[in-house]
Design a protein around this ligand. Structure first.
Ligand code: SF4
Length: 314
């Protein structure tokens, strides 16, 4: 017979398993939805899945492999990692993992690290050249592999961070698209994690025990501006639950006639239609919204009862 402690342990394990299944389902659903909404993967595609060794790209591969098994269409996946020869890069980790899970893969070894170190003066940021070199190599490999799509592991929070970075520092209303044509005009790039929350991906990586490779091996300083924006979004998420979701919805709900870009909307030839539109712009009225309730002031059920008693409502 089980002791009370054993029963409690079994309950905890069951709950953890239930939550893990729920999380996996949520992520698979989000990836499936994004693939569908943007027609990311088509029958016969050969998708080159770019792996960095970070939590996001591991999760992307894992979820795509699962979807591949159940999808009504047939497509190929091939995992690709670029070993940039950064000092301390554990070169065996990804090949071991990929061989274990039985996915076709290719590891490319190119010492871009030495090039970047040689060309960029000490103390200057190295990411520009490093990513340019990486991009060129990955495009070449995509050609060699006959890949019809290149999948990158950026998620919803990356997209929102990019939106704010562009607004704050770039003077552009521009985020990160779920699907795009590469800058050389020859490749389709997709972001199957576009609808996934970073928090979920973090939890998933822990549950699935991905062998994460540290991302600071190049010795580059983290992008300070991105860190600041990330922190701002995290604060909002804590203080105003739902705000991140609303902002992401806004990315899919753009109203060009209510921005101020004459290239996007033809303001010059705009004329009255003569027909009333109940959903039309009131022009003189400013839009007002209900403020989201800050998380700390959300009153829990017992507190509501307590406050009612104090104010004599009962
Ligand atoms: S963080 Fe390091 S590896 Fe990543 S782009 Fe910058 S220099 Fe390259």
């Amino acid at each position: 017979m089980e002791s009370i402690a054993q029963t409690a342990e079994t309950d905890v394990a069951r709950k953890a398993e239930y939550n893990a299944n729920k999380l996996a389902k949520r992520l698979r659903h989000a990836v499936g939805e994004a693939i569908n909404d943007f027609n990311m993967i088509e029958p016969g595609d050969r998708v080159m899945v770019c792996l960095s060794g970070g939590k996001d790209s591991y999760a992307m591969l894992d979820i795509l492999l699962n979807l591949q098994k159940h999808a009504p269409i047939s497509f190929e996946l091939i995992a690709v990692n670029l070993d940039q020869k950064q000092p301390g890069f554990p070169a065996h980790v990804l090949p071991d993992y990929l061989a274990k899970i039985g996915v076709p893969f290719r590891i490319i070894e190119e010492d871009t690290y030495s090039i970047v170190k040689r060309v960029i003066p000490e103390g200057k940021t190295t990411c520009g050249l490093c990513s340019r070199l990486r991009r060129g190599i990955l495009y070449r490999v995509a050609d060699e592999l006959g890949a019809t799509k290149i999948a990158l592991g950026h998620h919803r929070d990356d997209m929102l961070e990019t939106l704010f970075l562009n607004m704050f520092y770039g003077g552009k209303l521009k985020a990160m698209p779920p699907k795009l044509v590469s800058d050389d005009g020859r490749h389709m790039v997709i972001r199957p994690l576009a609808y996934c929350r970073e928090k979920d991906l973090e939890k998933y990586a822990v549950i699935r025990e991905f062998p994460i490779i540290p991302c600071n091996l190049c010795g580059s300083q983290p992008n300070l501006q991105r860190q600041v924006v990330k922190e701002m979004l995290n604060q909002w998420d804590k203080k105003f639950p739902g705000r991140i979701e609303t902002m992401f919805t806004a990315l899919q709900n753009v109203v060009p006639s209510h921005l101020a870009d004459p290239d996007l909307f033809d303001f010059k030839t705009l004329k009255p239609t003569g027909e009333a539109n109940p959903d039309g712009d009131k022009a003189f009225d400013r839009e007002s919204f209900q403020d989201p309730i800050p998380a700390e002031s959300v009153v829990t059920f017992p507190n509501v009862l307590a406050s009612k008693r104090e104010s004599g409502c009962e």
